[in-house]
Every structure is written in structure tokens, then in C-alpha cells.
Design a protein around this ligand. Sequence first.
Ligand code: AMP
Ligand code: MG
Length: 487
Amino acid sequence: MTTNRSPKWQFDNSYLTLPPIFYSFQNPSMVNSPQMVLFNTPLANSLGLEFLDKNMDQTTLELSGNLTPEGAQPIAQAYAGHQYGHFTMLGDGRAILLGEQITPAGKRFDIQLKGSGRTPYSRRGDGKATLRAMLREYLMSEAMFYLNIPTSRSLAVVASQDEVQREETHQGAVLTRVMKSHIRIGTFEYAAHYGTRQDLEKLTHYVIQRHYSELQNSENPPLELLKAVALKQIDLILDWMRVGFIHGVMNTDNTSISGETFDYGPCAFMNNYNPRTVYSSIDQYGRYSFENQTNIVFWNLSVLGDTLQPLIHKDPYQSVVIVKEVLHTLQNQFLEKWDQMISKKLGFVDPQKSDKPFIDSFLQWIHTNKADYTNSFIALLRPDLFPLHPIHSESGISWVEQWKSRIYNQKGGFEAAKSLMKTQNPIYIPRNHIVEQVLDQAVKGDLSDLKLWLQILKNPYELQDVDNRYLHGIEDFRTDYKTYCGT
Ligand code: AMP
Ligand code: MG
């Protein structure tokens, strides 16, 4: 069934211009008794979808998958990927792309339903998602957006009366995910492995047009594409590490070509600083630990480099050399950018090579003292906010002295440091124990704490007039805290 109304969705489904191997037409499955749980009005407005708010009954049907919006051409996208280092055929097993919404400003966004039923790529999966996991994704992605980090966004969560069987029985839900595109490194792997050379060329051309049009006339567009995606990914991972974010499942199929964070499965924010922190229940060897994100991003980019090689140079040997060289240069840039990122967190407006020993030993001090990563930077400016922080110990006081003497000697002094630090160091992050608490309540039908938490996380860099508990990690909150994929 299709609908007719004005104003309406402005779909333009350019993905369908790719060869048919890249997708399968697939309607979402019907769900029982859909009910709107969260709807993101500001996001809807920015997409030119104000009208969704005005007829919530119809919107609920559309965003549950029970009614196809006018202009939608629902598909499941095909892709492959390296999961924990192993190549596999994947594809949207529980997601349906309704289409690409063109905003009033002329921007293009994928509108995808997640948890909307089985597809040709579901393998043994049920195609469903739990209400709890979809609310978690909504919360985490919106928090990342307001932290100013490129991310998929969440337009709505619609709960259903369908049962979803995991370790326990859960209530089902469908999330509407919005993203510049869902094209991933895994899409290129799929083309390289299962398609023809022409398919790979068409995908490359399409991606350049859609996301990197400035590269169209460059001398070697596939090579420039690799560099551009790499720079986006590098900046993204540095942003994650700036705020203590651990994605948890940085497989190549979860690495977006447009440089957006997505697939909020087992992700979590680090409390006490420990570079080896891992939350994902299945990441036994720490492949995706906090610190290893710096290595894995290059592992993933080298996979992208492999797939693009035939288009980069006709001599395969030359191609390998070129890709290696590019990634090697970028690796050095990453290290420089990392130093700059931490320098900014410390308020150094004029980062110097000579700051390195200070930075390294400050991080070491936080680690040894099991201090909270987020709060340790804020505590330099506002020790009064954290009476229990080791900044008040003898060694902490000496750190503050050293830090002050460094920033008082820079151009703009303390004030310059303060304004820079305010933009780099969040005060509020989605603390694991609060996330779990608000979700516990939300799945029982009480959304009040979840909504309040979402509101606080909209302004993460400003101290707000709210309970102090939102500022703190809980030392003894489940030291064995675990997160899960595919729930
Ligand atoms: P993810 O870990 O969310 O990146 O998912 C990896 C792959 O498993 C993707 O191809 C998903 O579409 C698929 N998948 C995850 N959960 C399900 C499910 N419940 N039913 C079908 N496919 C799924
Ligand atoms: Mg995925």
C-alpha cells in the first residue's frame, strides 16, 4: 500500500542506479501493534519531514514498516566484510533502506529501518531487533551527534508487540536510522569479490559522485578516494578517542565510507582511563580495545586499499607499492594528529614537540591512579567539581602546578586554555551505569529518565544545573560490564 499526501517525503533513490548485484528489493515485514516510543522532532525538521509530527498515526505505520511511504523503494543492501579479521558475505540482514530523502537544503540522507524483518541476506537471523537495543542505539547516536562527532542519527523508535527471542524474550522494535549513506568498506569488498571489474568501477564512481565530488577530476580518483576516506576515518577515530568512545566492533562492514560512526552495538564510553579497555562480550583478545582503535582503523583502510588496487594502477605491483606508501604517510599523520588532539584537551593552543613527555606521563598518572578519563581533563580546570578525584592528592596537585606553568606561558594564557578545553572535553558522556538504568526503566514503559538523560546529553560541553550524579562514573558499577552485538 502507498500513501498520498502533501507535503511529503522527497525520495530520490540514486542507489538503484548501481548494478542490481548491489541490492535486493525487499519490503519490511509487518509488525504487530506498532507504537511510537521516541520521535526525534529536531532531526525530522532538519530533514524537511516536519509533517511526520503532524500525523503520528501514519508516521508510526510508516516507520514500523507496516506502510510504505510514497516514493520509497525498499531494498536490502548487499555487502561483505571482514569480521574479526575473517572475510564473510553479509548484507542487510535486518535492515531495509526505504530511500534517500532530499532535504530542503538539497542534502541527501539514507532513511533506513533497522529490525524490520528478514531479507535475502539474513542467513540464520530473525531480522528483528529488541526495543532495548534500539533505544540504546538512539541514545548513543544522538549523544555522539551532540558531541559534534560524525554519526548516523536516529529519527524514531517504534515498539511492536512482536516477541524477539534472544537469551531471554524481548519486546521488538524498529529504529529509523538516518545517515549520509550506508556504504561501507564492506560494500567495496563485496564488489571486488563477487562483482565484475565494471561493478567495482561503477561503485567507485558512484561513491565519488555522492560523497567526494571534488575528486571527480583528479588524476587518479580511486587513489584520491582512498586518501579521502582514510582522512575521514582518522579524524573520526581521533574524535572517538577524544571523548573515550569504544566502538567495540570495528569490522570493515561497520566502517562507513562517508566517515560516520554507525552500528551502535557493543559500544560504550570508558570510565577510568585504561587504554586496554574492552566492553564487548565477544572481543576476547582486545582487537577493538580503546587503544587498538588506532591500529584497526589502518587495518580496515588497508582492506579498502586492496579492493581499489586494480583501479589505482594497471600494474598490480605498482598498485601495492602506491597503496602502502599512502597508508604509511597517513599513519605518521595520525600520530601527529593524536598529539594535537591530546594537546587540545589539555588546553595547549600552540602544541610543541617538547610537550610529549608531559602528555605521556600525565596519561600514565591517570591510568595508575585509576582516574576517570573524561573528568581528569575537566578536573584541571574545575577540581572543585570532583572532590574524590586524585587531582587532590599530592601528585595531583603537582600535576596541576606543572600544567599551570605550561599554560600561563602560552599566548592567551589560562583563558585561551579554558576556551579551547571547553570545546574538546565533554562534561557529560553516556555513562554506562546511567545508560543501563534509563534503559531498564524505559523497557518497562517509563521513559522519563531516558528523556531527561537525552536532554542533558544535548549540551555535553556545558555544566548544567542537574544532579551531580550525571557527572560521575560509578567506581564499582559492574567492573565486568559487558556489551553485546546483534541484540
Ligand atoms: P552487525 O554485528 O550488527 O554489524 O551485523 C553483522 C551482520 O549480521 C549484518 O549482515 C547484519 O545484517 C546481520 N544481522 C545481525 N543481527 C541480525 C538478525 N537478528 N537477523 C538477521 N541478520 C542479522
Ligand atoms: Mg553492521
